[in-house]
Ligand binder design. Structure first.
Ligand code: GDG
Length: 505
């Protein structure tokens, strides 16, 4: 369990991610406003960082001048409570953000890893920015850690940083033993070699990641793909598929699956809160949804990998072919704006809006709307309430590393659970699939049938599946995930690389 793992001998944990867990804004009057962690990853890791009192390095997305609190750009978070850790921001100028974040991370690596090769853009000079910003992260990581520490990196924004940390640290102590333990979680899919070979800088990406001691993906499929890519893409790399290791430049990297979970207990609590019920009542009222109209819900960043357009086509077909659902069920799509400065994202937002309009124009009546679409950011409690209120969640990505919404929906249910309709292209399907109503996002006929099946499912079957899903999501929550990752690192047999909790824990 996590406490035991956290208590393993060693030093502090140093984490690096593109996204920061908190955003501080300093008003003219000196008041500080703090935005709380919103997403699954930052909220989950925040809880761990409080317990180990480590250092978290992230891009300080926001206004540097308004945020810096001491000359080292360090803040101790959270501002209240006793358990604190150091949050260290990296300030990037506009050109760096454009090249590193938009240019390479989101115009090249994101579509590439989701096998959306037609959406991959040319990299040009952005590659130099990506490499330079990764090296800035590496410099901060090297400075913030000591020999024996565990450095845990996150995601596709930081593919080069592991090897860059090695260059800055290994050998610095006068011997050749690796002196930091590096672990890296890749949150999105790893594609097949046949897709990955389209990557303009594929050798450098592989080399960068093989600076890690352990490289973690959500599901074994991605590990297999990575091993294959290392075998084909890097001459001299030795791959042991059975052991799940790659040996390259004298270092052996273990490639492991650790499926991420969600803070299930907290979500369950939030779903039952007054705020949650209040949100749902107000939402129905403001959106003109009758109290007894059944709800289906979809929650996504507005991203072309999420299959929102295909989902709307499936609802359109459901209403056309099974008119008994007309007036009975409303599909609520929560679509939060994302990466809007990229054309592909703007175009996708327009396609979603057009599909919503089309379905509504075709079927809406004076007192019923088939689709309710909102781009408002909903509070965590409101969202948990909406999950509980809904009879089904429709999670239908075209490709998705894991997908936390599927698990959040499960965690939010009470003893009268809703049904999860889940695409077999999501990592989440590898762990939850047997208890969901599965769909293939592009098969509209199957998809519409699946929606009908989910809406018609009898109570006994709904409970049977709901209970199994809830058991999985509770047993494999975010703490359990952190425990698995840290346990995997401990199992590598490095003398150091564990983390200690603060005294008294
Ligand atoms: C990447 C991978 C992998 C969305 N709208 C609201 C809101 N959200 C929250 C959800 C959920 C999160 O955003 C989205 O997480 P996902 O996992 O679904 O997807 P990505 O953002 O693409 O995340 C993915 C993940 O990394 C973790 O490894 O699972 O495969 O693509 O937590 O709840 N939250 C609130 N209001 C909203 O309106 N409060």
């Amino acid at each position: 369990d996590l406490d035991r793992v956290l208590a393993t001998a060693g030093d502090d944990l140093v984490v690096a991610s593109n996204r920061q867990p908190y955003r501080h804004d300093y008003g003219d009057d000196g008041d500080v406003t703090v935005d709380r962690p919103a997403g699954g990853l930052t909220a989950g890791l925040d809880a761990v960082m409080r317990r180990v009192s480590g250092t978290w390095i992230a891009w300080g997305d926001g206004d540097a001048d308004a945020t810096v609190v001491d000359e080292d750009d360090r803040v101790t978070v959270p501002p209240d409570g006793d358990d604190t850790y150091t949050l260290q921001r990296l300030w990037l100028d506009d050109a760096e953000v454009e090249g590193y974040y938009y240019g390479v991370s989101n115009r090249v690596l994101w579509p590439l890893c989701h096998a959306a090769l037609g959406t991959v853009e040319s990299c040009g000079d952005a590659w130099a920015d990506y490499r330079r910003v990764n090296d800035q992260f590496a410099a901060e990581l090297a400075a913030a850690s000591e020999p024996g520490d565990l450095v845990w990196l996150h995601d596709y924004h930081l593919a080069l940083a592991p090897q860059q940390v090695r260059e800055r640290t290994d050998g610095a102590s006068g011997d050749s033993t690796p002196n930091r333990t590096l672990a890296h979680t890749w949150h999105i899919p790893w594609p097949s070699w046949d897709s990955f070979r389209a990557c303009p800088h594929r050798e450098e990406i592989l080399d960068g990641l093989l600076g890690n001691d352990v490289l973690l993906f959500h599901v074994p499929r991605y590990c297999e793909n990575f091993l294959r890519c290392a075998e084909r893409g890097l001459s001299g790399a030795e791959v042991d598929r059975e052991a799940g290791t790659v040996t390259h430049r004298g270092r052996t990297t273990a490639v492991r699956a650790a499926p991420m979970g969600v803070p299930a207990d907290r979500i369950r609590e939030q779903a039952g809160s007054m705020e949650a019920t209040g949100f749902c009542a107000a939402f129905r009222k403001n959106r003109g949804i009758d109290r007894d109209t059944r709800l289906a819900v979809g929650v996504d960043r507005l991203d072309y990998t999420k299959g929102i357009v295909e989902r709307l086509e499936a609802f359109e077909r459901l209403f056309a072919e099974r008119p008994r659902w007309l007036g009975e069920v409303t599909f609520v799509q929560v679509g939060t704006e994302s990466r809007s400065s990229i054309d592909a994202y703007r175009r996708y937002q327009e396609r979603v809006e057009a599909a919503v309009e089309r379905v509504n124009d075709r079927f809406a009546t004076d007192d019923w709307q088939p689709v309710v679409y909102t781009t408002d950011m909903i509070s965590n409690e409101g969202l948990a309430g909406l999950y509980r209120e809904a009879d089904l969640a429709v999670v239908s990505p075209i490709r998705d590393g894991m997908n936390l919404v599927a698990q959040e929906f499960v965690a939010a249910q009470d003893d009268d659970p809703g049904v999860l309709v889940l695409s077999d292209q999501a990592g989440a399907h590898d762990v939850l699939g047997e208890w969901t109503v599965s769909v293939r996002p592009h098969d509209t006929v199957w998809f519409a049938d699946a929606l009908d099946e989910a809406l018609s499912m009898d109570e006994r079957e709904r409970r049977r599946r709901g209970n199994a899903l809830a058991d999985y999501v509770t047993d494999n929550d975010i703490e359990s995930w952190v425990g698995t990752v840290l346990g995997t690192v401990a199992g590598l047999g490095h003398a150091d690389g564990g983390v200690t909790t603060r005294a008294g824990d």
